[in-house]
Design a protein around this ligand. Structure first.
Ligand SMILES: [Zn+2]
Length: 405
């Protein structure tokens, strides 16, 4: 099937270059070309379904770089739920989150560790057309130290345990190997960032990934673990909430290592409504530390992508926070488009409107390069050429389950 999407402004290519009165020509779910509407030929128009988005801005579907399907930060005490909820309950939670993510303009999401292999199972259902959601990239079982903290990772000790799980994840078909190296936040009383994994354990997972061209992403807020991760070949540092000046310098010296920022966890006061009192206190205690450290990192020009850490449907806020912390608007937007695609290993295929890329398009009123907050109201969503939202409403026949409608 051939389609042509036209709009007042199209953000084209990996640099999000503005084409006024632009058009995107699509065939069988892939972008054929992106051009000024005035350059469309009769051959382009022949047999094409025309989608005229008026004066809206069309940009690539957003890529959520850090998600969990079995967590929904919009639910009361969502972290505690993980320990007690059944697979069925967590699956229901996941379906809701996936649907809301797609409706918010997220067309690709990287899952950074889930229980019951939900990410792997739901990826298949989405691919088969049975479930509505973004295209997924998966990590399977997240690996933490048996001395470590956190709600999602499974405990491991010694290089052979890490190797075994890394290989088991590979056998299941994951896209990334996920390790957890530090707590969630620096504790002022403690005075340092604990590092739970040895350099050898980190190296083992990197080696297992390297041979198969699979990247390793590390939950890591800073300190010794950040140094170990960078030196042992980890490709993405997740969170970096407490990156010191030394950490920033190290990351600048290693541009092959990216940082994936999820600052809304601490900066977004609206999340507090869904946290236990103890976790509210932690979020407040960390807010200014995170603002300062992540701000320093962004201002230093360390390259980054963006994720919500399971704040489903609210990736747009991360773009706003990145801009507030000192990124220019284009770089902030690339954090959920072309730079996110690099971090997720899908550059050229996702995160840009270019010939040969998947037809993942969204549209908003206004100009996100002038004001990123316009991403709050995504009015049009297309994924792989199929329209899931139009005129601000879910397309007919778009439910969490696609079958039977
Ligand atoms: Zn996470």
């Amino acid at each position: 099937m051939k389609q042509i999407v036209t709009a007042g402004r199209v953000l084209a290519g990996s640099e999000l270059e503005v084409i006024e009165n632009g058009a995107v020509v699509i065939e069988d779910g892939k972008i054929q070309k992106v051009l000024a509407a005035g350059q469309l030929t009769e051959a382009d128009r022949q047999d094409a379904q025309l989608v005229d988005l008026g004066q809206k801005t069309v940009l690539p579907g957003m890529i959520e770089c850090h998600n969990h399907l079995c967590i929904d930060a919009r639910k009361n005490e969502h972290l505690e739920i993980i320990g007690t909820a059944s697979e069925c309950k967590l699956t229901m939670l996941a379906l809701e989150g996936l649907y809301d993510d797609l409706q918010s303009g997220v067309t690709t999401a990287r899952c950074m560790g889930d229980k019951y292999d939900l990410d792997l199972k739901l990826k298949k259902e989405i691919q088969a057309g049975n479930v509505t959601g973004p295209d997924l990239l998966t990590a399977g079982v997240g690996m933490k130290g048996s001395n470590g903290s956190g709600y999602i990772g499974a405990p491991h000790s010694g290089v052979e345990e890490f190797r075994r799980t890394a290989r088991a994840n590979v056998a299941k078909g994951v896209n990334v190997l996920k390790i957890f190296t530090t707590p969630g936040l620096f504790s002022v009383e403690q005075g340092f960032v604990p590092s739970f994994l040895s350099a050898q354990e980190i190296r083992t997972v990197v080696e297992e990934g390297d041979r198969l061209h699979l990247p390793v992403a590390a939950h890591c807020i800073g300190g010794q673990a950040l140094k170990d991760c960078v030196e042992q070949g980890v490709k993405v540092i997740e969170h970096a909430y407490c990156a010191s000046a030394e950490d920033v310098a190290l990351l600048k010296a290693h541009p092959e290592c990216w940082v994936d920022l999820t600052t809304g966890i601490y900066l977004d006061p609206e999340r507090e409504a869904y946290l236990s009192a103890a976790n509210v206190a932690k979020a407040r205690a960390g807010r200014e530390i995170v603002r300062k450290c992540v701000g320093d990192l962004v201002k230093a020009g360390v390259h980054f992508s963006l994720g919500t850490d399971a704040n489903h449907g609210l990736l747009w806020k991360e773009v706003v926070y990145a801009a507030e912390l000192g990124a220019d608007n284009r770089t902030a937007l690339k954090g959920v488009t072309s730079n996110a695609a690099i971090v997720c290993g899908v550059a050229g295929r996702k995160g840009e409107l270019s010939a040969g890329a998947d037809a993942d398009l969204i549209a908003v009123q206004g100009d996100p390069l002038a004001d990123p907050s316009v991403l709050r109201d995504v009015e049009f969503v297309m994924k792989n050429g199929r329209i899931y939202k139009q005129d601000g409403a879910a397309a007919a026949c778009c439910h969490a389950f696609q079958k039977g409608c």
